[in-house]
Design a protein around this ligand. Structure first.
Ligand code: GLN
Length: 444
């Protein structure tokens, strides 16, 4: 690389960093922001700044999944997706705000000392979660930018919808989880947000593919997501997703986007009746074991050693975990305790299989399933504070289904309602992300 090319690239990224810094002062989208992001190589991401959800490890950069329990932890290695971004000449802009370990739908479950990210269209409203920072910065940054994000049960789609950007969650196993901090191992996926659909396609093309370091990584022939393909699809709108409780404008914006496309109505009774309960049983059971390793000795937050191991361990976890982390650890531990395991956790796994079968039977006749992404527009902070934990969990009714089944889905901006964005979600069969992107390309 010549001297001239190097300095040219550095200049571009510093500008992006300054813009991000200005946005961050007002909206709080970053937990860590690089002052001088650099790209080491030239490639398909030359000229792009890439923001990274905090739960994805970046070598030498504090990475704590939004949690105080990992404060000060700077990973000694890059996640697989970060290696690929660097290979292609992308510059890492910083780490974006999220609900602690992905525990939330509004990015209000943050750690002591961190700031709430604010909706780019109205500062009294939430960004959505758990990837609030990723969605907000994607909406506001004018520099060329793509966000790397993560979803367990809807954390890409929800904030993408509330902030008016594209958010793609790939099939479980398509993108390596190597270097991703676990929430619920059987459902965690790294995905992409961008304002421009072609940037989503480009990043997916770069980060997808087999990785032997992730035992759940899928071995498949590589597809080219950047190439435009077919534009006719058999589309089904889920009848349970457009009933009572969904804002009328969310529905009408969705149907406006489908104008000119033929579609039928389909039903997913099991997913809509049992999805939320199934999702929270599985995700919290897995989370409670995944978080057991944070004891104040191996990573991040620690204090001067005192007492025996149990006393020290309890003190650290009492101090550094937030209320939501404690709630989820307790619920998850209960659900998989001996005596309850069969009734809750194992039953939830069986229901999960049934739900996958329900989707599969629909995909025998259809290419794309459509629902709103969220039933509403971004709520105000004071509205969220009045929700009970159960009401909070119920907000995920649309997004948990494809996440439980490991199906790829994309949240597509569909218009505005009272000055705030609305979105809808297209879901395809496993490994059919190309269909999703081509479908989105064909919308007006
Ligand atoms: N809102 C869901 C939860 O709280 C989804 C989170 C996620 O996808 N990380 O678990």
């Amino acid at each position: 690389m010549t001297q001239k090319e190097t300095s040219h690239q550095d200049m571009d990224f510093s500008e992006a960093a300054r813009e991000a810094e200005r946005i961050n002062q007002d909206y709080h989208y970053f937990l860590h922001l690089e002052k001088h992001p650099k790209a080491e190589k030239k490639g398909r991401l030359s000229g792009y700044a890439v923001s990274v959800k905090d739960c994805i490890c970046v070598k030498g950069m504090e990475s704590r999944a939004g949690s105080r329990i990992l404060s000060g932890f700077a990973p000694p290695y890059d996640a697989a997706v970060i290696e690929k971004v660097r290979e292609e000449g992308g510059a890492i802009l910083g780490k974006t705000s999220q609900d602690v370990f992905g525990f939330g739908s509004f990015n209000v479950n943050i750690s002591k000392g961190d700031k709430l990210p604010l909706n780019p269209f109205d500062k009294e409203r939430v960004t959505g979660g758990s990837s609030g920072g990723a969605a907000g910065v994607t909406q506001l940054l004018s520099a060329k930018h793509i966000a790397l994000s993560e979803s367990t049960g809807g954390s890409i789609a929800c904030p993408a919808s509330y902030c008016g950007v594209y958010g793609l969650t790939p099939t479980y196993g398509l993108v390596s989880r190597y270097g991703l901090m676990d929430y619920a191992t059987s459902m965690d996926k790294i995905g992409v947000m961008a304002k421009d659909l072609e940037d989503v396609a480009l990043m997916l093309d770069i980060i997808s593919g087999y990785d032997k370091r992730d035992s759940t990584s899928a071995k498949r022939a590589k597809e080219d997501y950047t190439k435009h393909g077919r534009n006719r699809f058999r589309i089904g709108v889920v009848s349970e997703s457009i009933g009572n409780g969904v804002m009328p404008k969310v529905k009408s914006n969705l149907f406006d986007k489908l104008k000119g496309h033929a579609f039928s109505e389909v039903s997913l009774p099991l997913v809509f009746r049992h999805g939320v309960a199934t999702y929270y049983l599985i995700s919290l059971s897995e989370a409670s074991t995944n978080l057991a390793k944070y004891c104040g000795m191996r990573y991040g937050y620690h204090e001067a050693l005192s007492g025996n191991f149990n006393e020290y361990f309890s003190k650290i976890r009492e101090e550094a975990f937030s209320k939501e982390e404690k709630r989820r650890i307790i619920l998850g531990t209960f659900a998989r305790m001996s005596g309850y395991r069969d009734a809750y956790y194992l039953k939830a796994l069986k229901v999960r299989t049934k739900m996958i079968e329900e989707y599969k039977s629909i995909f025998r006749n259809l290419d794309i399933i459509v629902t709103p992404t969220m039933p509403n527009i971004a709520p105000r902070f004071d509205e969220i504070s009045k929700l009970s934990p159960l009401e909070n969990f119920m907000m995920d009714i649309m997004t948990v289904g494809p996440n439980i089944a490991g199906l790829p889905h994309i949240s597509i901006p569909s218009g505005m309602c009272d000055g705030l964005p609305t979105g809808f979600m297209a879901i395809a069969d496993h490994f059919q992300e190309k269909k999703l992107i081509d479908f989105a390309r064909g919308l007006t």
